[in-house]
Write a protein that binds this ligand. Sequence first.
Ligand SMILES: Nc1ncnc2c1ncn2[C@@H]1O[C@H](COP(=O)(O)OP(=O)(O)O)[C@@H](O)[C@H]1O
Ligand SMILES: Cc1ncc(C[n+]2csc(CCOP(=O)(O)OP(=O)(O)O)c2C)c(N)n1
Ligand SMILES: [Mg+2]
Ligand SMILES: [Mg+2]
Ligand SMILES: [Mg+2]
Length: 329
Amino acid sequence: MPALDVAGEFETIETLLRPLAHPEWGRGLVDDVAVLPSRPGYDLVLTKDAIVEGVHFLPDDPLDTVARKLLRVNLSDLAAKGAEAFGYLLACAWSERCGWPEREAFAAGLAQDQARFGVFLMGGDTVKTPGPAAFSLTALGWVPAGGAVSRAGAEAGDLVFVTGTIGDGLLGLQAARGQLTLDPERLAFLIDHYRQPTPQQDFAEVIAAHATAAADVSDGLVADLTHIANASGVAIDLKLDSLPLSAAARAWFEARVDPQAALEDLATGGDDYQIVFTAPARLVETLRREADRRRVRLTLLGEVRVGAGVTVSYGGRPLTPGRAGWTHG
Ligand SMILES: Nc1ncnc2c1ncn2[C@@H]1O[C@H](COP(=O)(O)OP(=O)(O)O)[C@@H](O)[C@H]1O
Ligand SMILES: Cc1ncc(C[n+]2csc(CCOP(=O)(O)OP(=O)(O)O)c2C)c(N)n1
Ligand SMILES: [Mg+2]
Ligand SMILES: [Mg+2]
Ligand SMILES: [Mg+2]
């Protein structure tokens, strides 16, 4: 284990990060830049999200899960555009709690997810901070030229779908803070979802082929649907009765005295990293088949109308959630 005060930055890069570098384009992490050749017939899709201790993850979250969350929240944005990820740039601002073993865990978490999601490290930056740890990642992906799905293509008459389940991120945060009473396995499932959500990478090609508009759910289902409605210049009806819940979230839900308030919390809590998208109504069966083939749960949540904004309803009655989702203020 090297003495961090003398060798921290370059030991970290050489020993922990270089093994993660892209074999051709990362230049062994010894140059000032990475260089990648353009890919004829494809567009390069780029996205960047940062995560900060105390804001996006908890001070006692293990560093391997922090690294995976960082990579996954970014892969989630690429998947929502129908893009296939191939690489990423990484910036680490290590705090006092990030000694060598923690940095090793961080790199090991990335190595595992690189293998799982088919991406490589292209470069980045390594600094220390006297404050809370913070990490930022720029994910890179390819999409067939002109094929990236935007937030802006929803049309009146389209249907609104979401992959997976909604609410596990919010409940996972509460579980990690010791604020939930549920079976231990359910608590573990929720905490795992909070710490290392699964980006819907396998669904990206379905989005590319069929979605008219799409976004990943990070701020909250209502907030992210509002982004789609605003960008597309349409109104969206969202039926809370249809909200897809995991078994753990359902167990929590069934113990609530106010089901409407509970569903509102789940639909505005965020940290879901599912894909919410619109598609023409005639594609329902195709979408269901494509989702089944990939073992992705797919839920019809509502529809697109002429107008503006998102109308949320429960039991046939419109309601106004106190907030649409998370904002950084
Ligand atoms: N500091 C910034 N500099 C440049 N663009 C930014 C910055 N912060 C956010 N954006 C852009 O604003 C848009 C919305 O960002 P955000 O809400 O973070 O998207 P997402 O929820 O998909 O991660 C994106 O196009 C993003 O690239
Ligand atoms: C300790 C902690 N508190 C609160 C949250 C909830 N939270 C923080 S940021 C966020 C929204 C997503 O983060 P953001 O940086 O807005 O991601 P983006 O929309 O840019 O992808 C949520 C739900 C959390 N994940 N962790
Ligand atoms: Mg962002
Ligand atoms: Mg994002
Ligand atoms: Mg997004």
